[in-house]
Design a protein around this ligand. Structure first.
Ligand code: HEM
Length: 108
């Protein structure tokens, strides 16, 4: 899921924000996958590999405005629509992304 999301992001209007080399992209996918496994109740791979999430701080490296957030979420809508998972799980995950992504916006 995370890998598919990145594959859409690097072809989107906000591709300039994401890694350009395959190696860096794979690392980014791994970090994000670690994070989502952890917040979904799985093993704490993210903290083991990257430390405390502090995601607003980590996102401050790039300019993320409201339009960028919408593009980011739209890429997730596409990925989630292709998954076969129970509806309650889908909505719970979507609600999390929708709300949490507001906190990543750092520019008008
Ligand atoms: C609002 C739209 C968002 C944009 C435009 C955005 C963009 C980015 C960018 C440019 C990076 C750095 C490159 C990379 O490592 O992928 C990044 C990293 C990351 N993002 Fe986002 N992001 C957004 C929202 C979110 C949300 C809502 C979450 C979690 C729920 C999230 C989780 C992460 C994680 C875990 C990383 C890796 C941080 C690390 O380096 O350890 N992002 N994001």
């Amino acid at each position: 899921m995370v890998s598919d999301h990145y594959n859409l992001l690097i072809r989107s209007e906000i591709k300039h924000l994401f890694p350009r080399t395959e190696e860096a992209l794979n690392k980014a996918k791994q970090n994000s996958a670690d994070f989502f496994i952890q917040i979904c109740g799985g093993h704490n791979y993210y903290e083991e590999n990257r430390g405390k999430p502090m995601l607003a701080k980590r996102h401050a490296a790039g300019t993320i405005n409201y339009e960028a957030r919408i593009v980011w979420l739209q890429c997730y809508i596409q990925v989630l629509s292709e998954l076969e998972i129970p509806e309650d799980v889908l909505y719970s995950f979507w609600n999390y992304l929708n709300v949490f992504s507001i906190w990543m916006v750092n520019s008008e």
